[in-house]
Design a protein around this ligand. Structure first.
Ligand code: ADP
Length: 591
């Protein structure tokens, strides 16, 4: 409490107004009550004892009155001294009890018992805890003393009893009871008020939590919507740049490469923000597919080798021999994302030397295998004091990292969260300018032979030449892009500008598959698919449908399969991804 009281203050109201804590306010009131009642009782003693010539009693009461007046004055001007005053009052009470026994009364009378109770009560209300327990034991000691010594032995030799006559003790007994009642009342009132304050605080907290949650949810919706809006035009930019490159003359190729590189960079930033957003809301779920890690790592290696070669770095892939023919159940997309992030960083932050990706089988038991992954480099390293921080979102090792190397500081935060889904944690071993090694251990389930065959079959490419696909899309740029791309693969196309047109077209023409946008005017992709699945011609009703969407809803797969579509591909997509998806979906039907 900040004290702003004058040296001579006589207003309790002012003191209480400065103290926000209801329990502390009650403590001040309890001490003042005890002091005021002590003065009244001592005045009674002075009056009666003087009448009967009990000078020691008069002296003791006089001292007590003086101390009480001084304490009241201090408390009213410096309430922060309350804890010290509480201790002194309890010690004085202890002295009074002992002096009653040894000097004035020589046995335990009702006033002494009241004082013992009062001291116990006040010590818990004012001080509490172990210290209050100590005072309690000390004030109980006189009772023990009485049990140990007979009545005659209590008073030290030569001291004559000066017990107050009943006309003095009766009002004191009454005043003690009053102190009891008021002290209890004050503390109970403060306790109740305190509980009400806590309840109100709790309700406010719940309200704030709900508001924060709503805010987080709306931020996530905002990010999803924004990225959806960004991804659709980006699809056109990336796709067209890719197509243009085929027809471009040599000097245009460099410009197109830069255009494609920048668009892909922008896409990866959008994807990072989205992924982080999804992982923050626990919306990422792992898919479990049979995966040959050797093949997967080979793909990642060749995907990154161009980047490494550009910087003159050696990109080494070490694979434990035992992994060669093993197929494990895992999410290849997310695992690839983790390795790509780590190895991408390693290449980015290394100027010369080697980047090594290594997979080591640790233990193989029944159908389980522990694999230790590590990505190490000979780059700039990470100072020990920044090694924890770099896993936080939007955090980089130093303030000039973005300027020198680019990036958003989201990659490692995503890696950390993704690895949590794999029940793993990332470890970093690095020092300034001595390279860095990121490593983690994942426990995989090994696949049965039948699943292994599936995995190997899925990896086989199939030509799309000669197929005829229906493009259902309302965005002209995307239609143009798909037409050009598919014609490059010698796939014939038809176009419908909305879901209803697609259903009508399918009734009059034959197609091998449909590429279906989701959000369209007149009839959306979900309703169009449901209508197609109800067609009477079984060949048309069962036509393979692949959704092409910029949506990032975490229930997308569930939604499109419930509507009757086979799979989806995200906008913007790389041509290879579309080719692979078409192979996967159309292959079993047409080959
Ligand atoms: P970004 O790479 O987009 O900046 P990350 O979250 O992937 O974000 O990395 C965070 C930071 O950690 C980087 O900015 C860099 O300072 C540091 N870092 C990550 N990997 C390495 C590495 N292999 N060598 C040195 N520093 C690294």
């Amino acid at each position: 409490m900040k004290e702003q009281l004058p040296f001579f203050n006589f207003s309790l109201k002012k003191v209480l107004a400065l103290e926000p804590n209801s329990l502390k306010r009650a403590k001040i009131q309890i001490i003042l009550t005890a002091l005021v009642f002590t003065i009244i009782k001592a005045l009674v003693i002075v009056f009666v004892a003087y009448k009967y010539g009990q000078n020691l009693q008069v002296l003791r009461a006089g001292i007590v009155i003086s101390i009480a007046v001084v304490f009241i004055k201090i408390l009213l001007s410096r309430p922060a001294s309350m804890p010290v005053i509480s201790h002194i009052i309890l010690l004085i009470g202890l002295l009074v009890i002992w002096s009653n026994l040894l000097v004035f009364v020589h046995h335990i009378n009702i006033v002494t018992i009241q004082m013992i109770f009062l001291s116990t009560l006040v010590s818990y209300y004012l001080i509490g805890g172990l210290r209050a327990a100590c005072y309690t034991v000390l004030v109980m000691m006189p009772v023990l003393y009485c049990f140990l010594f007979s009545k005659e032995g209590i008073a030290p030799p030569g001291i004559v009893s000066q017990e107050l006559v009943s006309s003095g003790t009766d009002p004191i007994i009454l005043l003690n009871f009053l102190t009891f009642i008021i002290t209890h009342y004050l503390y109970y009132r403060a306790f109740k008020q305190n509980l009400q304050e806590k309840e109100a605080l709790n309700m406010q907290l719940q309200k704030n939590i709900a508001e924060v949650k709503a805010l987080a949810e709306s931020r996530s919706v905002f990010l999803s919507t924004m990225s959806h809006e960004l991804r659709t035009p980006l699809n056109g930019v990336i796709g067209m740049a890719h197509l243009l490159k085929d027809a471009a003359v040599e000097e245009q190729k460099d410009t197109l490469n830069i255009l494609e590189f920048s668009a892909n960079n922008l896409l990866s930033v959008i994807n990072d923000v989205l992924d982080y957003n999804k992982s923050e809301l626990d919306k990422i779920e792992l898919e479990l597919l049979p995966v040959n890690l050797t093949a997967l790592m080979g793909k990642i290696h060749s995907g990154l080798s161009h980047k490494a070669a550009e910087k003159g770095l050696d990109l080494v892939l070490y694979l434990d021999d035992r992994l060669k023919n093993m197929v494990v159940l895992t999410d290849p997309t997310r695992l690839t994302q983790v390795i790509y992030n780590l190895a991408g960083n390693a290449i980015k932050f290394t100027e010369e030397g080697t980047v090594k990706i290594s997979l080591q089988a640790k233990s193989i038991e029944n159908d389980k295998i522990d694999i230790h992954f590590s990505v190490s480099d000979t780059g700039i390293g990470i100072a020990p004091e920044r090694q924890d921080a770099i896993f936080d979102p939007f955090t980089q090792a130093s303030t000039d990292t973005t300027r020198k190397f680019g990036g958003t500081g989201l990659g490692l935060a995503i890696v950390k969260r993704l690895l949590k889904l794999f029940n793993s944690t990332i470890h970093l071993d690095s020092g300034s300018e001595v390279g860095a090694t990121f490593s983690f251990l994942i426990n995989f389930k090994l696949c049965s032979e039948e699943m292994q065959t599936r995995e190997i079959l899925q990896a086989t490419p199939v030509a799309l030449k000669g197929l005829k696909l229906l493009i259902v899309e309302d965005n002209r740029i995307n239609v143009l892009l798909l037409e050009k791309l598919l014609s490059k693969w010698e796939v014939a196309t038809g176009v419908a500008w909305n879901g209803q047109e697609a259903v009508d077209k399918l009734l009059t023409e034959n197609f091998d598959g449909i590429l279906m946008d989701i959000h369209m005017p007149v009839m959306d992709g979900y309703n169009a698919t449901r209508a197609i699945r109800l067609l009477s011609d079984p060949a048309k009703a069962n036509i393979p449908i692949i959704a092409i969407t910029a949506s990032v809803s975490h229930q997308l797969y569930a939604k499109i399969t419930t509507a009757g579509m086979q799979d989806y591909i995200h906008k913007p997509f790389q041509p290879d991804q579309l080719c692979e998806k078409l192979n996967q979906i159309l292959k079993p039907v047409h080959l």
